[in-house]
Design a protein around this ligand. Structure first.
Ligand code: NAD
Length: 369
């Protein structure tokens, strides 16, 4: 099967995203051009180490690249100051210098923590991404956002720090739990909804095969998603404008994630799926998009096994409390909500100063409370 390459054109910080089936076995050859020394430190989590660690190790051995693995406990809790301190201290103990390279080998949690650690370690050491969850392959490993969480909220402390290469092996997804796979799929759908109606249509035809394990469909979807993200990031690396479109479904979604304490009661991608449904419904309510489009989005997400109605949530929530959580979103500007809404499938827009009283009415209709 053909491997694909997408370039993220960021001048001095430009890099390539390699997408294919079985790339872990080729990791040594792919990494060799960016390594300044024939060694690499791999930060991962215990699940990924167990499921995919050997494949990566042998890919590195094949090119005589020595490797040390650091495995974190899986889960969002790793994105904390305590873990950041532990990780940076461990990297220093291993003698990591600025010319050394550290790889994030795992999902978005490992990627966000490791990237942030690398941005600080000796004021910036080598950093590469080897994403193993679908969400990380299509979203978090690309674009250079790194962060940890604070008691005040998610991703509040972080840095923009681009990797030097991204290696996305869809073969690694074979061991990813199906619920995590579906959650990552929501982010793929997002790219179709924001700017590519043809891709959304392709997903309607091939989404089930993709979720079911079709490697060719997975490569195509990861490639199309990464190309969309690369184009947006190249235009607006630091989210001063257009990059905010990637937040489609996120303001509604974050409210649900926060309401469930960012626990595995509701995964990020599941919250985004529900959030995108609401963003389309709300756009239809405002007369900005056709109700048929909103229905079509809902139908597709439902077929993919994702939550697309507030009643699908594991617990009842009141409209006022959802709005409260939305108002804590980090995209709030001087107390006013910014939403990403839709004109149609394949065309999203940023709407500032959204009317919170009207959103409350809308949420009341959706929750019945
Ligand atoms: P995650 O990193 O927690 O991974 C999900 C689960 O799957 C974990 O239990 C992990 O151990 C397991 N796993 C991953 N790959 C596996 C594999 N191949 N085989 C078996 N198990 C595997 O979650 P995620 O959904 O990948 O990432 C979520 C995080 O990403 C959140 O913290 C979110 O804030 C962040 N995020 C960041 C960005 C960004 O631009 N930086 C974008 C979106 C999300």
């Amino acid at each position: 099967m053909k491997n694909e390459t997408i370039r993220v054109p960021l001048g001095q910080r430009a890099y390539e995203i390699h997408i294919g089936d079985g790339l872990l076995a080729e990791a040594g050859s792919l990494l060799a051009p960016v390594l300044r020394r024939p060694r690499i430190i791999i930060v991962t989590d215990e699940n990924v180490l167990k499921a995919q660690g050997e494949r990566l190790k042998s890919g590195l051995n094949a090119r005589n690249i020595s490797s040390e693995f650091i495995a974190l406990a899986p889960g969002e809790n790793a994105k904390s100051f305590a873990e950041l301190e532990r990780l940076t201290s461990r990297l220093l103990d291993l003698g990591v210098e600025r010319d050394d390279t550290v790889a994030a080998f795992g999902g978005g949690v490992v990627g966000d923590l490791t990237g942030f650690a690398c941005s600080m370690l000796r004021r910036g050491c080598g950093f590469v991404q080897i994403p193993t969850s679908l969400l990380a392959q299509v979203d978090s490993a690309v674009g250079g956002k790194t962060a940890i969480n604070m008691p005040q909220g998610k991703n509040l402390i972080g840095a923009f720090y681009q990797p030097e290469i991204v290696i996305a092996d869809v073969g690694a997804l074979e061991t990813l739990p199906i619920r995590e796979l579906r959650a990552g799929y929501a982010e793929i759908v997002k790219y179709g909804l924001i700017s590519n109606a043809d891709f959304f249509e392709w997903l309607e035809d091939h989404g089930s095969a993709l979720i079911g394990g079709d490697a060719k469909a997975r490569i195509h979807a990861v490639k199309t998603s990464c190309a969309a993200k690369a184009a947006i990031v190249a235009d607006d690396e630091r989210e001063k404008g257009k990059r905010a479109l990637l937040n489609l479904g996120h303001t509604f979604g974050h409210a649900f994630e926060a309401a469930f304490g960012y626990s595995d009661k509701l995964l990020h991608g599941e919250a985004v799926a529900l959030g995108m449904t609401l963003a389309f419904d709300y756009s239809a309510r405002l007369g900005r998009c056709r109700p048929e489009d909103a229905e079509r989005v809902k139908r597709h997400l439902k077929t993919a096994g994702l939550p697309c109605a507030i009643r699908d949530l594991p617990q009842d929530l009141k409209a006022a409390s959802i709005l409260d959580y939305m108002m804590q979103d980090k995209k709030i500007e001087q107390g006013a909500l910014t939403l990403v809404l839709a004109e149609k499938i394949g065309s999203a827009m940023i709407v500032k100063n959204a009317d919170s009283a009207d959103i409350l009415e809308f949420l009341k209709e959706k929750t019945g409370a």
